[in-house]
Design a protein around this ligand. Structure first.
Ligand code: XLS
Ligand code: NI
Ligand code: NI
Length: 444
């Protein structure tokens, strides 16, 4: 049985192709800086947006037309697995990611939920025997059910803390079973709406206790996945504790957790925090904490996490620039935490959306690679900071000065000579490289 009859395997056809269901820039075999594109990008499909999201919004019901809509419960869950592996194969993606509740419905008790999970995990495991698609990460949904109204690991209710721990324990076991590369913690409700009812210190201490127990348990069962925190400033809570990478890093360092975690950086979360996507990637990179990426984009005119498929070429280019400066994503990947718009309700739209995202990131990678190869910004930056490679600058960097010696230096200075930052020139260079890559001939 096929769930996407109108779609054949998506092939690379090059930039001249007018076939909607083909890649124009993403050519998995193409080499970039000694790596196949597929290995560099490590694309992943997000189960929740692609197989669970129904297109509902706060003002209206679901709109998605899906061949599994007529089913319910475990039958629907099984149909989704079949559809998922068909889509993975047709898109030829190396990875996918899911929350526990995406793959199997919750039962009436925790035990029943675990039993449902086991049935579906076995089914997924079977599919994975013959499929090339691996698990990039899994996670526990600790935000949808009303029990998490006050948070999960930061709930004021200790039973909720315990319940959440049990779900993560199970998640770690499932991750191990399916060979997940990473395990993600996104604390959607780990924050507060008002300080009038919140003990912030206890909540943060508890969150750290929770993470330490997760680290210990993973060790105990021999699950060696990379642990990832996914920062987000707000939504659904007014303030989320892992606001952005810098805040998350301070938290991890304070509680002795920074050796066990990296960050999963989501574009739309960065912009919600008032940062660019590349800013968050850069902060993670320079601290050795860049783990994985939730690839999407927001909308400047809408103030929430719209999770659109990434098509902004400046954003994908500057993101790939950071990723390539990082030496790649290691065990992480580019996970499309992105959903089709409510009006894009056909099953085919899932393919159009992923093709758009994969091609946009492929262009980004090609441009970033060219910029790095030719050291376009690197040389400019080297020159800009040249004063720290000699004389007093070198003394500062080497720690050979103090305020007294710096004062002595300053007192004998004449007029200080400054150089332009050349922002406009650099932006037009970026345009030039982008257009050059886009107009390049095909690579078949
Ligand atoms: C929500 C988050 C979520 C995480 C996984 O904004 O992006 O989807 O990636 O729980
Ligand atoms: Ni995400
Ligand atoms: Ni998000």
């Amino acid at each position: 049985m096929s769930y996407f009859q109108n779609v054949n395997k998506i092939m690379y056809e090059g930039p001249k192709s007018r076939n909607a269901l083909a890649f124009k820039y993403y050519n998995p075999e193409r080499m970039i800086n000694g790596q196949r594109m597929e290995e560099l990008m490590r694309f992943s499909v997000a189960y929740w947006h692609t197989f669970n999201a129904d297109g509902g919004d706060p003002f209206g019901a679901g709109t998605m037309r899906r061949p599994w809509n007529h089913l319910s419960g475990m039958d629907q869950a099984k149909a989704r697995v079949e559809a998922a592996f068909e889509l993975f194969e047709k898109l030829d993606v190396p990875f996918f990611a899911f929350h526990d509740v995406d793959i199997a419905p919750e039962g009436n008790t925790l035990k029943e939920s675990f039993d449902n999970t086991d049935v579906i995990v076995n089914m997924i495991k079977d599919y994975m025997k013959t499929s090339k698609t691996k698990l990039l990460w899994n996670t526990a949904n600790l935000f949808t059910n009303p029990r998490y109204v006050h948070g999960a690991a930061t709930s004021c209710n200790a039973d909720v803390f315990a319940y959440s721990a049990a779900k993560v324990k199970k998640g770690l076991e499932v991750g191990k079973e399916l060979g997940a590369e990473n395990y993600v913690f996104w604390g959607g409700r780990e924050g507060y709406d008002t300080l009038l009812n919140t003990n912030m210190k206890l909540e943060q201490d508890n969150l750290a206790r929770f993470f330490h127990m997760a680290v210990d348990y993973a060790k105990e069962i021999g699950f060696d996945a990379q642990f990832l925190i996914e920062p987000k400033p707000k939504e659904p809570t007014k303030h989320q504790y892992d606001f952005d990478v810098a805040t998350g890093l301070a938290f991890l360092q304070k509680y002795g957790l920074s050796d066990y975690f990296k960050f999963n950086i989501e574009a739309n979360h960065a912009t919600l925090a008032g940062h660019t996507f590349e800013h968050e990637l850069c902060v993670a990179r320079i601290n050795g904490m860049l783990g994985s990426v939730d690839a999407n984009q927001g909308d400047k005119l809408i103030g929430w996490d719209t999770d659109e498929f990434p098509t902004d070429l400046y954003a994908t280019t500057l993101a790939m620039y950071e990723i390539m400066k990082n030496g790649g994503l290691g065990r992480g990947g580019l996970n499309f935490d992105s959903k089709v718009r409510r009006a894009s309700f056909d099953p085919e739209d899932l393919f159009h959306a992923h093709i758009a995202g994969m091609d946009s990131f492929a262009i980004g990678a090609l441009v970033a690679n060219k910029l790095l190869e030719e050291r376009v910004f690197e040389s400019f930056i080297d020159e800009r900071y040249e004063s720290f490679t000699k004389g007093i600058g070198l003394d500062i960097v080497n720690g050979n000065v103090n305020f007294r010696t710096l004062e002595a230096h300053a007192l004998q200075l004449g007029e200080i000579e400054l150089q332009s930052g050349r922002e406009e020139r650099l932006k037009s260079l970026l345009n030039q490289y982008l257009l050059e890559v886009i107009t390049e001939p095909a690579t078949v």
